[in-house]
Design a protein around this ligand. Sequence first.
Ligand code: TRP
Length: 499
Amino acid sequence: MKERGQWGSRLAFVLAASGSAVGLGNLWKFPYLAWRFGMSEGGTGAGGFVFVYLLSVLLVGLPVMVAEIVIGRLGRRNPVGSFEVLRPKTKWKYVGVLGVVTGFLIMSYYCVVAGWSIEYVAKSIAWEFGGYDTFITDKEALQHVWEKEGKGESFEAFASKLQAKQDLETILRETKLQIFPERLFQDFISSPAKLVFYLFVLIALTALVVLGGIKKGIERWNKILMPALLLIMLILVARAVTLPKGGQALEALLYPDLSSVGFDTVLWALGQAFFSLSLGMGAMVTYGSYMRREDKITPSALMVSLVDTLIALCASFVIFSSIMSYNIQLKGGGIGNLFTAIPAIFIHMPMGRALCILFYFLVAFAALTSTVSLLEVVASYFIDQRGMDRRKSVILSSTGIFVLGVPCALSFNLLKDVTFFSKTFFDLLDFLCANIALPLGGIFLCIFAGFVLKHEEVKKELFELSSGAVLVWRFLVRFVAPAAIFCVFLGLIMGRISA
Ligand code: TRP
């Protein structure tokens, strides 16, 4: 057997696992979903979604994470190999295979969004946001106000009335800010060439890292850049608190309006918990396989979940506060929240331009650390299980990912109207991966850890827990988590969930 690496300390594991967990899931998807479920179409608060999400993390995510790490540390292999070692000649290894396929699929649409952050680094350097005063002509802006407030008046009459009142200037200024960031974003994503180009860049960068050379470098950079992301997030939070609608934004994010919670909320919140914590496809099995025997699993898993959740909540608060304070009008369900709401804050901040460049650079970096972990799972499958050499495996997998990624990128422009079950290709893939494949993998991982592994095997790995605590975990993994996921699937099949 080849010599396997090991994390040098428990902290090293926590950092690496947090690096995989923290990514676009926290910065882009969680705030976007929270807004969509809580605030769009006259919603009064995202607290319901957030509350269900927190429950999902606590009752499902955390136990599954512990299960994955236990499996990895027992098997000491990649996900497929670990199942093979632990229960040879059984079908369990196909759970690992499902994970590899899911990783491949996630990577192909994840890289599209990751590419957006590179464009936004470029936009912040060129400071396109600074142009909001001149980007829209006065006529266009007036028209916008008229459409919203004109109520039956002719445009000319409305315009002359406003101009006479002399508050046109102020109205225009507000209006421009309202529509400018969203418009900038829409213009960008309607360019097929740009989106495909960035997709290519992102996959190529990931492939380069996974090919070997810079792997050591990336881990070292991780230790500097992730705390930097946290720091800039805190600056943004501090600013967001003091924005005019900061208090209201916090309330909108946290107030649990349970009346808006339905089956759909549970489906999406649960899926998001799996996605954000990197669960359900064996990423944590792989990371757990490098963990030292003497390190404690449960406190590490707790720490990772805590960090991941806090970052998602901070990002959402900042974005909510900006959207509400600057009254940004969102299109397309707010899929561009991370890209429209944040510049609005930086525009009005000292050193805003520099911080904005840094922020999107850090977003791109956080995304890159996640894509690296995804590609690594896929590539190492071909290497370990299919005997391919590393180069060939990486080239093969990234080519496949690019081929699948192109229609994802194009579903924001050329293929906008090509839908399956009223979802674009991008949305469909995201839905299938995050809401179906990951939770499904989660059920299998739970059954394996809860029923197939012997109590003694598990107890040895969770030595830090009292017998009672191990029983609580077993109960969650055997019954609560699979049942919760199963109910959601049942609701989906019976058409109770509109997806
Ligand atoms: N968790 C990452 C994020 O939030 C995405 C990710 C990386 C992931 N590796 C994964 C998701 C493995 C599921 C499985 O951005």
